[in-house]
Ligand binder design. Sequence first.
Ligand SMILES: [Zn+2]
Length: 495
Amino acid sequence: MDVKFEIIKKDVLGRVGHLKTKHGIIETPMILPVINPNNIVIPPEDMKNIGAEAIITNSYIIYSNQRLRDRAREEGLHRMLNFDRPIMTDSGSFQLSVYGDINVDNMEILQFQNEIGSDICVPLDIPTKPNERYDEAEKDVTITINRLREISNIKHIFKDNIIVAPIQGSTYRDLRRKNAIEASKLDFDLYAIGAIVPLLEEYRYDDIVDVVIASKLNIPLNKPVHLFGAGHPMGFAIFVLMGCDLFDSASYILYAMDKRYLTVNGTYKLSNLRYFQCNCPVCSKYTPEEVRGLENEDIVRLLAIHNLYESFTEIKRIKQSIMDGRLWELVQIRCASHPKLLNGLRRLVKYSNNLERYDVSSKSAFFYGGAESNRRTEVIRYRKKLRNMPIKMTPALITTIPSIEDIKDYKSVYYLKPPFGPYPLELSETYPLNFESPEILDKEMVRTALLNLIVFLNNDKNKGKDVTFEYDKRYRDPLIKKIKKMVDVRLINEI
Ligand SMILES: [Zn+2]
């Protein structure tokens, strides 16, 4: 089958896409709920109504249980689970990472997945823990790459399914890069970043950003990327912005079993909740107190249903944000809800120089949403533009408050507004210079604007030109001293 991933709309590295499988199209980003074939709490059939376009189950669990194995071979996976949409199967790598050993090899488990009709098959990779010794992590990556080579020789057998190429390498960026580069050479249909669950459990979002970026930037951009085990909805937005298209979630059920209620802003214990903050069928029918009064089995099922609704709702919000070119804004809102996520965002904007090259989509607006906005790809791109932007007519005025009186004395007028810095007044209605930022300024945005001004004045085309910069007291900053050495500067007192 000619597997195709079609990108519908992009925003930064995020995208809405269509992944074709033999059981239909998955619109990405999408989350695949994990089904444990030994313990089905919510039947896959019901998952469809909640929003699941696809599910994931574990082929190793099926394989190692004779009853399930025989049934799967006889009926096929889709009939066995009563689900007619795409099913992805994991290989047992997770069990390998937990128990250290499993009784199946790479080709055996992959062939089994093929045999039972899985749409998306995962080879047996070696998940390496975070901060593992470098030589150990390197050894594991070599095994994973060798296994991918082994499969690539017999890919024709699997022509009906999508085969996943896992990317490992612990917390070492160079190993992630190496794994991604070598896997990409073998031309797989889907790439998956693995072994981040231990990082997620410790809320190490900054390290996750390093791992994802090192992997993603070395995977062909036209190929979809799965992020293994990232099932908590609070992280979806930032992961999508980095170019992750698929997620799997056991979280919906694991948290439910622990009587925890997932929201995009974090996790609540059912015991502490007085109000459900959602309008899903569970939350609109019951109060937390009523749920607490139910049998354990029902509590778990109801919380799991809510957790899934919350996850799928977030996926829809993310998709709409991509369509609107507003994914950065959503990510900033999400990351403001937890300091550890904010760590992730702060790490991410350090990569803005790299991301800027990929952020090519046209957007409608830029809303300033706090310090991290200063490092958004649009601001970085504008700074690059300023390096070559000439001031055509002089004398020129650059002002923080344009007034009609002043303007008449100059041949060209530029407005300076944070965080973008100077721009010709006539461009103020075009993207991204139609940006919105608060009039009550913060230090970072002032500095960004002034730094951009310095870049503008300092470029080869503008050095030594007759320029006046007038600013109001909101812009008092040590950088003004530097600007005074370059052009005429005056303070205006209108605000
Ligand atoms: Zn709910």
